[in-house]
Ligand binder design. Structure first.
Ligand SMILES: [Mg+2]
Length: 231
């Protein structure tokens, strides 16, 4: 594992949203969404709530996400799925964090959210956290044509999108390491590593394999890993 990561203007910081921009200590945020997902599965599959939970675990393993399983096996329209699960009155959002805001603002280069959710969920959460001004854009599941991480196509699509905006020279492989992905999921980090991106595992509960470039328990611990040009 490396000692530190250079904080310079060539970096493209990609943040997963759930359990990365808000962490394990706010898992209740994800739980509120999870509850809605199980209710949706219950409605579509026509089963009880407990069975819906088992169905979800099964889809997650077989298809990567619950939605992919629903789309493959039940022809679910992804917009209907997200309209149902993102009903604000049933959801909890992460709390405001001025520390996160100043950390994000201190990062040079570009800061973008790369999420398997639809953009309205992460945008609403970031507004509650009051960190939205520090994030330039959200590359969401819709922009991935509903096939999210860890599918290779998700990483290809965001690289193409970055290149189209002039942020990444797709022919220049050296630049790939300037893409830094922060993620709580090892499964989603692995394809990023294979593409030559820099990987930061943000998770207090798991051990990191040797290919992970950096491992921090919480987002705010990124501060300790940063090497600024004056160092
Ligand atoms: Mg996550």
């Amino acid at each position: 594992m490396n000692v530190g990561i250079r904080n310079d203007s060539s970096k493209i910081w990609l943040f997963d949203y759930d359990l990365t921009l808000y962490g394990e200590e706010e898992r209740f945020v994800l739980n509120s969404l999870d509850h809605r997902i199980s209710l949706f599965v219950q409605k579509v599959v026509g089963c009880d709530f407990e069975t819906a939970h088992k169905v979800r675990t099964d889809y997650l393993e077989r298809f990567g996400t619950t939605l992919s399983g629903l789309m493959a096996l039940h022809h679910t329209n992804p917009e209907d799925f997200f309209d149902f699960i993102h009903e604000p009155e049933y959801l909890i959002y992460p709390k405001e964090s001025s520390e996160k805001l100043s950390l994000l603002q201190s990062l040079e280069g570009h800061r973008i959210v790369f999420t398997n959710g639809r953009g309205d969920w992460s945008r609403a959460g970031m507004a509650h956290m009051k960190i939205d001004s520090a994030i330039e854009d959200v590359f969401d599941l819709k922009l991935m044509n509903w096939e999210g991480k860890p599918h290779a196509s998700a990483y290809e699509k965001i690289e193409r999108w970055l290149a189209a905006q002039g942020l990444l020279d797709k022919e220049n492989l050296v630049e790939k390491s300037q893409i830094v992905l922060l993620e709580d999921s090892l499964r989603n980090l692995e394809p990023a590593h294979e593409r030559g991106w820099t990987t930061i595992l943000v998770n207090p509960n798991i051990q990191s394999p040797s290919w992970v470039d950096f491992h921090i328990p919480h987002l705010l611990n990124l501060r300790e890993k940063l090497i600024t040009s004056s160092d």
